[in-house]
Design a binder for this molecule. Structure first.
Ligand code: FPP
Length: 262
């Protein structure tokens, strides 16, 4: 499915620099800058969100083509309800349209669609489209495409604690408490590996309540590029930068362990 011959030369050259044996298994993206992209063009904010769909298409296709196992996109946070009602309505409409139009292409690429977040609080018409997309792609064995919707990292942790309490938490405490592994099984991301690479667009240096538990050891890559301008070349740039990092998980670099220096 790689169509490198149709890519611009620069993108093709970046693709050639990626080590396919050392890909991030899970990439998470904070899509930011849609509003600024629109403002720069004298357009309404929703035009930025609409243009952002092209970037979604690019990263889904680009990640799946490379062989990334999980891609998580932050589409709507629990805090985003504070935006004008018309913008929220438009974002939900765009999401429905996207799923309706593109689920067959997603399915055709063997991608499994999933969501994380308080989906039950979304409008029932959105929930129906999500359920259809999940059901259509549930047997697929390729990349997991996870969309964070009505998502908050703190809300996720609170939801996990409440589920744990309902499912015999007190018994677990009597038996010596829960481990990190036990707890992670109650998060929305249960069963998924933690993100290795967290990308944020539009230059902001914030986590914005995204995957607070799961990004403990993620490598963070921030670009000034606004989300609607983000394409495969930026995804490749991020992966190349990731592959140059040394991940120590709080330990020492193997080089330092060998030489005994600090
Ligand atoms: C942040 O830009 C973007 C969002 C809050 C929404 C992202 C949603 C989409 C790209 C469309 C739907 C998603 C999918 C997965 C189909 P902003 O509005 O905060 O930009 P600003 O900071 O420049 O104002």
């Amino acid at each position: 499915m790689l169509r490198s011959h149709r890519m611009p030369k620069k993108t093709q050259s970046l693709l050639g620099q990626i080590d396919r044996a050392a890909l991030p298994v899970h990439i998470a993206i904070i899509m930011d800058g849609n509003g600024r992209w629109a403002r720069k063009r004298g357009l309404p904010r929703v035009a930025g969100h609409r243009a952002g769909i092209n970037a979604v298409r690019e990263v889904v296709e680009g990640s799946a083509e490379l062989g990334v196992s999980v891609l998580t996109l932050y589409a709507f946070s629990v805090e985003n309800w504070k935006r004008p009602q018309s913008e929220v309505r438009m974002l939900m409409k765009l999401l429905k349209e996207y799923l309706h139009k593109e689920i067959e292409a997603i399915h055709g690429n063997n991608i499994q669609f999933r969501t994380i977040g308080r989906i039950d609080e979304l409008d029932s018409s959105v929930q129906i489209e999500i359920e259809k997309a999940i059901a259509r792609t549930s047997q697929n064995t390729g990349m997991i495409f996870n969309v964070a919707l009505n998502y908050g990292g703190r809300a996720e942790i609170v939801d996990a604690v409440n589920r744990l309490l309902r499912n015999g938490g007190p018994t677990a405490f009597q038996a010596g408490g829960v481990t990190e592994k036990d707890f992670a099984a109650y998060l929305y991301t249960a069963g998924l590996p933690d993100p290795d690479l967290l990308i944020r667009t539009s230059g902001e240096l914030r986590i914005s309540n995204f995957l607070l538990w799961q990004i403990a050891y993620a490598e963070i890559w921030v670009t000034e590029t606004l989300w609607p301008d983000f394409g495969k070349q930026h995804l490749y740039d991020a992966i190349i930068a990731f592959q140059k990092r040394e991940r120590r998980y709080g330990g020492l670099s193997p080089r330092l362990v060998r030489t005994g220096t600090k």
